[in-house]
Design a protein around this ligand. Structure first.
Ligand code: ACO
Length: 426
């Protein structure tokens, strides 16, 4: 039988035949690129629930099975098993680095972590108490003015630099955005520190950096915290064509500067239906306030006349389990023991999780805890301020955005992203 699908217009019997494409894994795809030319009609798919917008070799998700793979590797074999920077290398280069390549890459990222002094002056212009997501997005947009050379896609060196620089600088930008938001002086990166430790240091240290206590009042950085945050970065590294990555690709398709495309991704990620949910999870747990109140909030979430939604539950793709959430749950239990945590918030979170998991409303709709449910709780346990939760997502996801941008601009079939519409106005 031919590998095609025939669409029949039942109004007049007209037939249109389209090829069916098969990837290496995942559902087959009907290639309808010539549909408008053939039929004079558009397809209608708000929210792209059935639309494959590109071909990609980076990340594979099977939402039914709860499977997530980067370049063929299962996420459970990467998070906590390889350093975040090795996973960045894997995403960008398609293979895990040799020990020597890993060292070189780590060193290069350390050396690129500094910001142009002009960028630091931009922070002065932002009002104090500005949300770090706003200042990070603006600063990344401004980076395009400092690295404004027209990117020659055929120049391998320039292309690699463009990608690595943004990964290296994002923790510095995020840490400075946070310090600006609380009005304390910026801390420069320390090249003697690994990526994740350096971020914690830049966010927490007193200027001079030698004091044992930090601006957050807690003790000096513990290795268990670095390891946990490193695994969190890996778990956020890429997630195929999600809302923020689609924003990056859409902007990239116009030929705009890659850092402008990344700043669009930051904007999209901030929304509470996407990466902003990790912050909202904590707001919601605080609102619930006590384990005894959990049943009434579960009832609110189920009430279709009430806009209240259980933050950190549900996912467009995962309808059985979110494998990233499972890894984080393991990490949460481990940290609870290792850091001897006894938090009321953790108890409320556990009660919400237990109640939702056995409730038919959530079961019937395939609503399970997603990555943001546990990351919010773990980051609270690590004493990370709540307004830095989504910026931490940004740091982890930057490699995914820039790798997806690279794939897009190197793909000869790329066209400007320009959907059509069903017009119902006057
Ligand atoms: N609480 C209560 N009910 C929910 C929730 C929730 N968190 N999520 C979905 N539902 C219900 C909807 O009301 C709908 O019910 P209905 O069929 O009776 O009308 C059904 O489940 C399907 O929901 P949709 O909104 O159609 O699902 P969609 O795939 O479009 O949305 C989303 C996915 C945005 C993640 C949604 O589940 C949500 O808003 N969750 C809370 C926010 C959140 O945690 N976001 C983080 C996602 S992970 C990430 O971005 C990294």
């Amino acid at each position: 039988m031919a590998n095609t699908m025939t669409l029949v217009d039942n109004r007049n019997g007209d037939k249109y035949e389209y090829g069916i494409l098969s990837g290496t894994r995942g559902p087959d795809v009907v290639d309808i690129r010539s549909f408008y030319k053939d039929s004079g009609m558009f397809t209608y798919d708000p929210g792209y629930t059935s639309t494959a917008s590109c071909e990609s070799k980076i990340t594979f998700i099977d939402g039914e099975k709860g499977e997530l793979r980067h370049r063929g590797y299962a996420i459970a074999d990467l998070a906590g098993k390889h350093s975040y920077l090795d996973v960045c290398y894997l995403l960008m280069r398609g293979k895990l680095p040799t020990p020597e390549a890993s060292k070189d890459f780590d060193l290069e990222i350390r050396h690129r972590s500094f910001l142009h002094e002009g960028i630091l002056k931009i922070f002065d212009a932002f009002p104090s108490h500005a949300h770090p997501m706003a200042t990070i997005g603006s600063t990344v947009m401004a980076l395009s003015t400092f690295y404004k050379e027209h990117l020659n896609l055929k120049n391998e060196v320039q292309f690699k630099e463009m990608r690595r620089r943004i990964v290296a600088k994002m923790p510095t930008i995020a840490a400075m955005a946070y310090r600006n938001s609380i009005g304390v002086p910026a801390i420069y990166p320390d090249v003697d520190k690994y990526f994740t430790e350096n971020f914690l240091y830049m966010m927490r240290a007193y200027p001079g950096g030698k004091l044992k206590r930090t601006i957050m009042g807690n003790e000096e950085i513990k290795q268990v915290e670095v390891d946990a945050l490193d695994a969190i970065f890996t778990l956020h590294a890429d997630h195929e064509q999600n809302a923020s990555t689609t924003s990056v690709r859409n902007i990239g398709s116009t030929g705009a500067h890659p850092y402008v495309a990344v700043s669009a991704g930051i904007g999209a990620l901030w929304g509470p239906a996407h990466g902003g949910a990790n912050e909202k999870v904590i707001d919601q747990l605080k609102l619930i306030g006590d384990v005894a109140n959990v049943p009434s909030y579960i009832a609110k979430a189920k009430d279709r006349n009430d806009p209240f939604r259980l933050m950190g539950f549900g996912h467009r793709v995962y309808k059985n389990r979110d494998p990233r959430a499972e890894s984080l749950k393991g990490l949460q239990d481990q940290l609870r023991e290792e850091l001897n945590l006894d938090s009321k918030l953790l108890d409320i979170a556990a009660a919400v999780e237990e109640a939702a998991l056995k409730d038919d409303y959530f079961k019937d709709r395939g609503l399970y805890p997603n990555i943001d449910f546990y990351s919010g709780v773990i980051l609270t346990a690590l004493k990370i301020p709540v307004e830095m939760f989504t910026p931490i997502f940004v740091i982890g996801r930057t490699v995914g955005w820039i790798t997806q941008w690279s794939e897009l601009v190197q793909d000869p079939t790329t066209k400007i992203a320009r959907p059509r519409q069903l017009y119902t106005g006057k």
